[in-house]
Each structure stands twice: as C-alpha cells, then as structure tokens.
Design a protein around this ligand. Structure first.
Ligand code: FNR
Length: 348
C-alpha cells in the first residue's frame, strides 16, 4: 500500500545513510571569484526573488518530501509553519495516495492551513493525468510539480517500468491545469536535451534535482531483499552542478538547482551557474524535529548565501547570477564534452 511505503521512505531517510557514496554534486569544482573591493553593504543585501508573481524572501525552496501517511502530517505542518514564517516556497511529496484515498487528504491540506500566503507546489507522477486537478485542489497549489524518477522505479520492488507516453501525458497535464507546471527529477538530474523536450511539452519551470545528495537507489536498496541492483546504481545520475549548467544553457524557463545542496555557499554557486532558486529536501526532513532547528537551518542558509554575495559584490540575486566563476576538474571535463563553453562563466 502506498501509504506504508511513504512511512518506510521517511524512516529510511531519517535513520540511514541515503546519500551518494562516491559521486558528488560538482560544486567543489566551482569557485566564485573573490572580490576584495565588494562596494556592497552586507546588511543591505536583498535575497528576495519573485516566482510567477509571488515575492519570496529567499531563493530557497523546500522541495517535495512527504504526505500520504498520518506520520507525514506532522512533518508537513512543521514545514508549513516555518515556510510561512520565513516566506519561502514549499513543495509536498507525491499526492497520489491522497487523491485515491480521501482519508489521507488532511496530510496535505494541513500545509495550506498553516501557510496561507506561501508559494506551494503540488506533486504527482507523469502518468497521473487523471489526478492533476484533484492534487491542485487538495493543496490549493500555486504550481504543480510532475516528478520524474525512473531510477527509483527500476530499483523499487513495486516499480512502474513502462515509461512510454510520459512526455505526452506531461503535455496534457500542462493543458488541463490552470497553474504553472514544473518538471522535477528526484536525484539523477536533467540533461539539456530532456529540458528542451519538457519545455516544448509546455512545462514552465524545471527543478533539476541532480546527483550528489539523496540517492533513491539507496533508499530503495534498504527496502529490497536483494541489494545487488541498488548498490550498483547507488551513484547513478548527472551531478547537480553539471545539470544546472546544462539546463541553464538549453532553456529560458526558471530553474531550481537542487540535489545535494546543503548551504548558502553552494546555493550561490548554483545561482551563478544559471539557477534562479535552489532546493533542498533531506536536510529539512532531518531538521523537522523542531521549529527552532528548522528556523536556525534557514537562518544559516540565508546568512551563508548573503556572505557569498558580499564576497563577490552582489547586492541582489540578479547580480549574483552575473558573477564570474571558474569551473575546474570533472565538472569542466563534463561541460567541455557536452559543448558548454566554461569561459562564458569565467570571463563575463
Ligand atoms: C523525497 N523526494 C520526493 N520527490 C518527489 O518529487 N516526490 C516525492 O514524493 C518525494 N518524496 C521524498 C521523500 C523523502 C523522505 C525525501 C528525502 C525526498 C525527492 C526530493 O524532492 C529531492 O528530489 C531529492 O531528495 C534530492 O534532494 P536532496 O534530498 O539531496 O536535497
């Protein structure tokens, strides 16, 4: 049953090591160029950003985590309260369970109740065209995310392995809902080519969710009797820094960089690479034990982002986007091979 699976995911992610083992996000290959004369007042730095007409106090998104199990209700309530307090955007986990089992609806509706003014993002799978409007209604969502998770489906014992027709279904979802539709991966990243296909299908927002953070092969390995396949594909995917640069080079729609981002310094690098915002899931699940922990984590994130902006002389997120950076190592190798000129970043 889906609801039991949701609880297992929460418990595994909270209690086991579910992050990539050897592959990293690639942000260690990115250096913003220090400005010894920033000519900026750090206290005046503006982290605000606007997403589809809604002004947010920080470019930080809490990306899809949960819902669909009574235990998830409390987590969603905590996340909603801090999102409202800090005026940041919040995504919920897959809403399929609640669309099919009305008794689970309150595990999602609790979010809008506690975050009346927040930018909220609903969540369904690509084939779930028939659930799209219901998902929007249950959450009172501002944006609907469609999750892409072929790796998880491959390793999960009950996985859906026929991915034919997903692009068509995504295109139809963008036609039938009257809010913007986002496509999001779940930890393997999105390539330039896939980003173009998604935008051609009508998607108006991409959350890249690259490799280097939570590995869904890892999560499903802990649920499988046979660990062989999960172990083999544990580190599969496009590193987050690479996927961010690929998607930014390919499409004009706003981009969230995510998957293994853990602080404001990495966020600054992601934004200078071309992202408009950044997202995190696992750290918010782990901090959801108390409001204080969540608030402190957001405070550290915002302050580390502000320091990085101060050190490159950026007053606003738009100025940070224009900051120069140097790309080295494996990340440069990857981008070179893919025809993305890294000098466009270092000599802006
Ligand atoms: C997730 N994630 C996720 N994504 C999604 O689109 N629908 C979902 O239902 C879930 N469920 C979920 C549960 C839990 C417990 C976690 C930790 C994550 C994936 C999430 O949004 C994100 O793409 C990845 O976790 C990678 O980001 P982090 O965790 O490395 O910051």
């Amino acid at each position: 049953m889906i609801s039991d699976r949701k609880l297992e995911h929460l418990l595994i992610c909270k209690n086991y090591d579910v992050e990539f083992k050897d592959k990293t996000t690639g942000f260690e290959d990115i250096e913003l160029i220090h400005n010894a004369l920033p000519e900026v007042d750090k206290n005046e730095i503006d982290l605000s950003t606007s997403v589809f007409g809604k002004k947010l106090d920080s470019p930080l998104f809490i990306t899809a985590i949960t819902g669909g199990h009574p235990a998830a209700k409390e987590i969603n309530e905590q996340l909603a309260i801090v999102s409202e307090e800090n005026n940041i955007a919040l995504g919920v986990g897959s809403q399929r369970a609640a669309c099919e089992h009305p008794e689970l609806e309150d595990t999602y509706s609790v979010v809008r109740e506690n975050a009346p003014d927040c930018l909220l993002i609903g969540n369904i799978g690509a084939p779930q065209l028939h659930l799209a409007n219901k998902a929007v209604e249950i959450l009172d969502a501002d944006i609907l995310a469609i999750h892409l998770n072929p790796l998880q489906e491959s390793i999960q014992p009950e996985g859906d392995l026929d991915a034919r027709g997903y692009l068509e279904s995504i295109s139809e979802i963008t036609d039938i809902v009257d809010i913007p539709v986002m496509a999001k991966e779940t930890g393997c990243g999105i390539s330039a080519e896939t980003a173009k296909q998604l935008v051609d299908a009508g998607v108006s927002f991409i959350d890249i969710e690259g490799a280097g953070g939570t590995s869904w092969a890892a999560v499903e390995t802990y649920r499988s009797e046979d660990r062989y396949l999960g172990e083999l594909f544990w580190d599969w995917g496009i590193p987050t820094a690479v996927s961010t640069a690929e998607v930014a080079s390919a499409v004009e729609v706003p981009i969230i960089s995510s998957g293994g981002i853990r602080n404001g310094l990495e966020a600054a690098k992601a934004i200078a690479l071309g992202a408009d915002s950044v997202g995190m899931a696992l750290p918010f699940l782990k901090k959801s034990v108390s409001q204080d922990e969540l608030n402190q984590f957001i405070h550290y994130f915002n302050d580390s982002l502000r320091i990085a902006m101060f050190l490159v002389g950026a007053n606003t997120i738009e100025e940070l986007k224009q900051s120069r950076l140097v790309i080295s190592g494996k990340t440069k190798q990857w981008l070179d091979e893919r025809g993305i000129n890294t000098k466009n970043y270092s000599r802006r």
